[in-house]
Design a binder for this molecule. Structure first.
Ligand code: PFF
Length: 461
C-alpha cells in the first residue's frame, strides 16, 4: 500500500493544510537524493560525453559548473521544496501566489521529467540486458564485444521488452510511496557501487597500460578543443547529473524534515555525485586507452569498453557491476517519475496508485520512440534517433532554462526571512549564497545558453 497522505485522509497541521509525508530518517533523505543524483548520468553519460568533447577542458568546465551553478541551485531547490511542501508546480504558486506565472517553471520541470524518463528507461533496459549477458560471460575480441551492443541497440523488440521491464519496476516502487518505496530502495547498494567503482579505477590506474593516459585525458585541459557546444553540454550535464532544473530536488525537499540541514546535505550529495563521476571516468578511460579503443565511441561507450575487461575478470565482477549500475539507474528513474506523480497527487487530487500508473504508462509509451533506434529525424545536420534528440534537448535546453528560472525565483522573488529560516543562518555563507544566486549563477547559465545558441553579440560564430 502507498504510504502517502492521500486526499481522502488529510491530517491538518497548524497552518490548516494537509500534513505531507516525510522521509523516515535524515539519512534516508540523503540516500534518496544521492540516489537520484547518482545514476546513468555519472557512469554512462559523463564518460561518454567527456570522450566526445575531448577530455580535460570539458571536465574543468563541468567542475566549475557544479560549483558555481549546481551546488547553489541544489540548495535553492531544497529550500523551495521544504518551505512549500509541494510538487514543483504547487511550490512556485504557494511561495508566490495562486495562479502566479512562476508555475510554468514547475510545468517545464514536469515536462522535462516526462521526456528524460522516457529515454532513461531505454538505456536502463540495456543495463538489464547486460546483467543477463554478464551471467553468460563475455568473450571474443574487443570488436566482437562492441558489435554485441550495436546488435542490441538495433533490435527494437528486445529494446522495447527491456524498457517495459524497467518501467514496470519503477512504477511499482513509486506506487508504494515515499518511505516504503523510494526510501527503502535507496538504502541498498549505493555504498557498494562506490566501492566497486573505486576498485575498477584502481585496477585501471595501476594494472593496465592506459592509466596514465586516462589521467592526462581527463585532467590535462586543452582549451582549444572547447567549442561553444561543449561548454553548453558541460553546463547541461551539471544539471542532469545533480538532478537539477526540473524540480526533482524541490519534490524531494518537500518531504524533508524541519530539522534537516539543507546546506550540509546539498554539499554531501554534490560531492558524492561528482566523485563518482570522476572515479567512473578514470575506470573507463583507462580501459579505453589500454585496449586501444576510441574515447569518442559515443553513447555505447560503457557497454563497449567494460565488457572487454570483464572478459578477463570473469562473470562475478561483471554481474556485480551491472547490477549496481541498474540500481543506480533505478533510484534516479524513480525520482523522475516522482516529480510527475507528485504533481498529479497535489494539484489534481489523484491518488498515488492512479497517478503512478497513468503517468508511468504514458512515459512508457513515449519511450518506445527511443527504443526503436531505426526511427530517425534530421537533427543538427544528422539523422538522429529519438533517444539522443530527447537527451540533447532536455539536457542542453530544458534543464538549464528550468534551472535559470528557479534560481531567479529563489534569489529575487522568495521572501528573505523564509530563505534565511530554510538556510539556517544569516551569516557570511548565507549572503554569499544569495549573491551567487542573484548574479553569478544566472549570468553563467544565460551566457552559456546564448553562446550555445551562437547568439552572443560580442563573439564571432
Ligand atoms: N541525475 C540522474 C543521473 O545522473 O543519472 C538523472 C536525473 C535524475 C536527471 C533526476 C534529472 C532528474 F530530475
Amino acid at each position: 500500500m502507498a504510504d502517502d497522505a492521500t486526499p481522502g485522509a488529510p491530517a491538518p497541521t497548524s497552518t490548516g493544510s494537509p500534513k505531507r509525508i516525510q522521509w523516515g530518517t535524515r539519512f534516508g533523505f540523503i540516500l534518496a537524493a544521492a540516489g537520484s543524483a547518482v545514476g546513468l548520468g555519472n557512469i554512462w553519460k559523463f564518460p561518454y560525453i567527456t570522450g566526445v568533447y575531448g577530455g580535460g577542458a570539458f571536465v574543468i568546465v563541468y567542475l566549475v559548473c557544479v560549483l558555481l551553478v549546481g551546488l547553489p541551485l541544489m540548495i535553492a531547490e531544497l529550500m523551495i521544496g521544504r518551505r512549500a511542501q509541494k510538487n514543483p508546480v504547487g511550490a512556485f504558486q504557494k511561495l508566490h501566489y495562486e495562479g502566479s506565472p512562476w508555475k510554468y517553471t514547475g510545468w517545464l520541470g514536469v515536462a522535462s521529467g516526462f521526456l528524460i524518463l522516457s529515454f532513461y528507461s531505454v538505456i536502463s533496459g540495456y543495463v538489464l540486458a547486460y546483467i543477463v549477458k554478464s551471467f553468460q560471460g563475455f568473450s571474443g575480441s574487443p570488436d566482437q564485444i562492441r558489435a554485441q551492443f550495436d546488435a542490441l541497440e538495433a533490435d527494437p523488440t528486445m529494446s522495447i521488452l527491456l524498457h517495459t521491464v524497467f518501467m514496470v519496476i519503477a512504477i511499482w516502487i513509486i506506487a508504494r510511496g515515499v518511505q516504503k518505496g523510494i526510501e527503502k530502495c535507496s538504502k541498498v547498494l549505493m555504498p557498494l557501487l562506490l566501492a566497486l567503482l573505486v576498485a575498477l579505477a584502481f585496477h585501471g590506474l595501476f594494472n593496465t597500460e592506459g592509466g596514465s593516459e586516462a589521467v592526462s585525458f581527463l585532467f590535462q585541459p586543452d582549451f582549444s578543443k572547447l567549442t561553444a557546444e561543449a561548454i553548453l553540454s558541460a553546463l547541461g550535464h551539471a544539471f542532469f547529473t545533480l538532478s537539477l532544473g526540473m524540480g526533482a530536488m524541490i519534490t524531494y525537499g518537500s518531504y524533508m524534515k524541519r530539522d534537516a540541514h539543507i546546506v550540509r546535505d546539498a554539499i554531501t550529495i554534490s560531492f558524492l555525485d561528482t566523485a563518482i563521476a570522476l572515479v567512473a571516468g578514470i575506470a573507463i578511460f583507462s580501459l579505453v586507452f589500454a585496449y586501444g579503443l576510441e574515447p569518442d565511441a559515443g553513447f555505447g561507450l560503457i557497454f563497449k569498453t567494460l565488457p572487454v575487461l570483464f572478459a578477463d575478470t570473469g562473470p562475478i565482477v561483471a554481474v556485480a557491476f551491472f547490477v549496481m549500475l541498474f540500481w543506480a539507474a533505478l533510484t534516479s528513474a524513480i525520482s523522475l517519475l516522482e516529480v510527475v506523480v507528485s504533481y498529479f497527487i497535489d494539484q489534481r487530487g489523484w491518488n498515488r496508485t492512479r497517478a503512478t500508473i497513468a503517468m508511468g504508462g504514458t512515459i512508457y509509451a513515449l519511450g518506445i520512440l527511443s527504443a526503436i533506434s531505426a526511427i530517425k529525424l534530421p537533427f543538427r545536420g544528422e539523422d538522429t534517433g529519438f533517444l539522443l534528440i530527447f537527451d540533447y534537448i532536455t539536457t542542453n535546453y530544458m534543464l538549464p532554462i528550468g534551472g535559470l528560472l528557479t534560481c531567479l525565483f529563489s534569489a529575487w522573488v522568495m521572501n528573505d526571512l523564509t530563505r534565511r529560516e530554510e538556510f539556517g543562518s544569516s551569516g557570511f555563507w548565507y549572503r554569499a549564497l544569495i549573491i551567487t544566486l542573484k548574479f553569478v549563477t544566472p549570468l553563467a547559465v544565460l551566457i552559456t545558453l546564448l553562446h550555445g545558441l551562437e547568439l552572443l553579440p560580442f563573439m564571432e560564430y
